[in-house]
Design a protein. Structure first.
Length: 275
């Protein structure tokens, strides 16, 4: 893989400035670029590319009258806050949440604060570290999309990062905490599964000695759908005839098309769930 492709992927999903924001200093763009062995110009160009892709994806949504109507009717006002807690599928610079943010602003012009609290690599247990910010923000709407990394396995171990029983307890506790701190709805999204073959051949994930277990993910997704209402079930997007196009080459993360499809499904369901 060439330097640009490798660096673009790393920058897209790994955000040291978010992970280390508890430190007293501020991490400069120059320092961030150095994490990825890039210079400032290269780093800035990569991030600008992500912004352009998100804007183009959002434009596809805002050209659909039904999407525009739903976004206009959401009960959000100037100064309200929408937050998401989760992992790299939301922390992605081109994530469904970022696309939704731009689409909403384009359609309504309102100054709603869209706050991405997701952290790449987090499990359901690690997500508790984000609750302090949820408490501080007191969002008017919170999305919780976590669980994919609970099924992660490292080295040749048979133990998942988080057992199903522990995941179930974590998710119930996250729901209660988020509901306590959120003024409006707390909406869960279930994990969708992965392409295990692609993961096993990926340059980065094999270097991390990591793999993911689809059977574990299905059990976790079923639990979320059955027990943690309200839920937006996005799994069908990744199980259809075009499922392969929804994933990146790593089999774990989603292509821009995958993220766009999730953003659209989230919006279509928000019209029913948020009043």
């Amino acid at each position: 893989m060439d330097f640009l492709s490798r660096t673009t992927r790393l920058v897209r999903f790994f955000h040291p400035d978010k992970r280390l924001d508890f430190l007293p200093g501020k991490i400069s763009d120059e320092a961030l670029a150095s994490f990825f062995e890039a210079n400032l110009e290269e780093f800035s160009a990569i991030k600008d590319g992500f912004k352009k892709n998100v804007c183009l994806a959002a434009k596809q949504l805002t050209e659909k009258p039904n999407i525009v109507t739903i976004l206009q009717q959401l009960p959000l006002e100037n100064g309200n806050t929408v937050a998401v807690v989760g992992d790299s599928l939301s922390d992605d610079y081109q994530s469904w949440f970022e696309i939704l943010t731009v689409a909403y602003k384009e359609v309504t012009g309102k100054t709603v604060n869209w706050i991405n609290l997701a952290h790449s690599g987090d499990t359901s247990m690690q997500t508790f570290a984000s609750l302090g910010k949820v408490k501080q923000l007191q969002p008017d709407l919170t999305f919780c999309f976590i669980g994919t990394n609970d099924s992660r396995i490292h080295a040749n171990c048979s133990k998942h990062c988080t057992s199903l029983s522990e995941s179930f307890e974590n998710l119930k506790a996250l729901k209660l905490s988020c509901e306590h701190y959120t003024k409006g709805s707390v909406i869960f999204l279930p994990p969708v599964g992965v392409d295990e073959d692609r993961i096993s051949n990926d340059w980065l994930l094999t270097a991390m000695n990591a793999k993911w277990d689809n059977a574990h993910l299905k059990s976790l997704g079923d639990f979320i759908v059955d027990e943690l209402s309200p839920v937006i079930d996005i799994r069908s997007i990744f199980n259809g005839p075009n499922a392969g196009d929804m994933f990146l080459e790593d089999g774990l993360h989603w292509s821009l098309d995958g993220q766009l499809n999730v953003a659209e499904k989230v919006i279509l369901n928000l019209g029913k769930l948020v009043r």
